[in-house]
Design a protein around this ligand. Structure first.
Ligand code: DMJ
Length: 457
């Protein structure tokens, strides 16, 4: 996400704007809606704390805990780490204290287990860093550094592209074919760690990995979506803005936004121009982004992952406001047809091609980014609609659950609550509706996992 310079420029601060600006007037309705979100966060936290405190994720239908990173456990308290700054922003201070105490007393990464770098970085390193920034509890920073240090062996490759998995105890690495999101989503967390510790290594490794991908772009300035970390050879021809490439583009912008590093901005601009030229397509007046051959630009398919809806906010942050608005409108069109968004949509056929709903945050992420940039109330209204639909369809005994099929009525639940739910959409709704004074609405940064690395007050 970005430094919200746009419509807030010149204002004394978000509080002043919220009180004075007509488009942003924090009517009692919005505040009440914010309180509703906070109430749901407290409800879900109570379920998690009662049933499986310390587990990576709760299974909200059965009330059991489950591990996320390792097939047969152990858990590393992922839900707690992901929730920290959301709890802080909401003023759920008792719950925050409970979470920080669990981390200080129980969390250790001295485990003989292989961990996936990308997920580990955006969720755990990022969550601990934003938790530290919120609470100033030094143990959180120490754990973030300890964990990042355990990931460093994976970056020792001839290309600078990291392996996908590393053993936390031995440093042994595996899985040498990786993806843009997995090699290019480090700069926010590693750069913040460099700033907080004074050790440049993290920043340099993260930047080198992103550069290694960018330098291998095709003549038409696109990257494919799989690459060998030893040879730097592409292992696919498919260019996409969705997974497994999505947050590579996001972190190019973020390297500029968060650290003012002009290389990242240049890389972002070059890729964005190419994507708009070769992948953008209008169907029935709606803007979508197709998959193409990364060297020729030839059409491959018209699948659109829900995860790609984050790209509306990113386009707007990078200055392509009209395209950002148009792309989010395309997703709003899908949301108008189903109770909640399906995981995938074929925009050629105009039908879902993946019918689950994995409690994804990307649509609301874009609502927040657009709103922070232009203050248009329509983004808050759309986010409220998204929230109400989630509450209506996913709320269950011990929290919120994913959905197995959005095309069926009634929609069957899956016994799963992804840990990003605690870090992402609940925070985005809260920031959109509450006008909290714990957040700097003028100057802030949220990572791809929603971790606030700038702007906590
Ligand atoms: C989150 O873990 C992050 O947003 C990531 O970049 C991709 N998407 C998931 C949630 O859908």
């Amino acid at each position: 996400m970005t430094d919200r310079r746009g419509f807030l420029k010149g204002a004394a601060g978000a509080g002043a704007v919220l009180a004075a600006g007509p488009a942003l007037a924090a009517s009692p309705d919005w505040k009440a809606r914010g309180q509703d979100v906070k109430g749901e966060m407290a409800f879900a936290w109570a379920g998690y704390a009662e049933r499986c405190f310390g587990a990576d994720q709760i299974k909200p239908v059965s009330g059991q805990g489950e591990s996320f990173f390792f097939e047969k456990g152990p858990s590393v308290g992922l839900t707690i780490v992901e929730a920290l700054d959301t709890l802080y922003l909401m003023g759920l201070d008792r719950e925050l204290d409970q979470g920080v105490r669990w981390i200080c007393d129980h969390l250790s990464f001295d485990l003989d287990r292989d961990i996936q770098l990308f997920e580990c970085n955006i969720r755990l390193v990022g969550g601990l860093l934003s938790g530290f920034l919120a609470t100033k509890e030094k143990r959180l920073l120490a754990l973030a550094k300890d964990l990042a240090d355990r990931l460093l062996p994976a970056f020792k490759t001839p290309t600078g592209l990291p392996y996908r998995f590393v053993n936390l105890k031995t440093g042994a690495c595996r899985d040498g074919v990786t993806y843009p999101a997995e090699f290019g989503t480090f700069i926010a967390e590693f750069g913040t760690l460099s700033q907080l510790t004074g050790d440049r290594r993290y920043y340099d490794l993260a930047k080198a990995a992103a550069k290694a991908g960018f330098d291998r772009r095709s003549k038409i300035d696109l990257v494919a979506d799989a690459i060998d970390v030893q040879t730097g050879e592409w292992k696919s021809r498919r260019a996409t803005i969705g997974p497994p490439s999505d947050s590579y583009f996001e972190y190019l912008w973020d390297g500029w936004d968060l650290f003012g590093d002009a290389d990242f901005k240049r890389w972002y601009d070059i890729h964005t121009a190419a994507i708009l030229k070769h992948q953008a397509e209008r169907v029935d007046g709606r803007l979508w982004f197709r998959q193409v051959d990364f060297e020729t630009g030839a059409l491959l398919d018209r699948h659109q992952s829900e995860l790609a809806s984050f790209y509306a906010g990113l386009l707007a942050q990078g200055g392509a406001m009209a395209e950002g608005r148009a792309y989010l409108a395309s997703w709003t069109g899908v949301l108008d047809r189903y109770p909640v968004l399906p995981e995938g949509f074929d925009f050629g056929k105009g039908q879902p091609d993946r019918v689950t709903n994995d409690l994804r945050p990307e649509y609301v992420d874009s609502c927040l980014n657009l709103w922070l940039l232009d203050g248009d109330d329509q983004w808050r209204r759309q986010a409220w609609k998204h929230y109400e639909a989630m509450k209506r369809t996913s709320r269950t005994k011990w929290g919120y659950a994913a959905i197995a099929d959005v095309t069926r009525s009634p929609m069957p639940l899956s016994d799963n609550c992804p840990a990003y739910w605690w870090s992402e959409q609940m925070k985005y709704y809260w920031l959109l509706f509450s006008g909290t004074d714990r957040f700097d609405y003028r100057r802030n940064y949220l990572s791809t996992e929603g971790n606030v690395l700038r702007g906590l007050k």
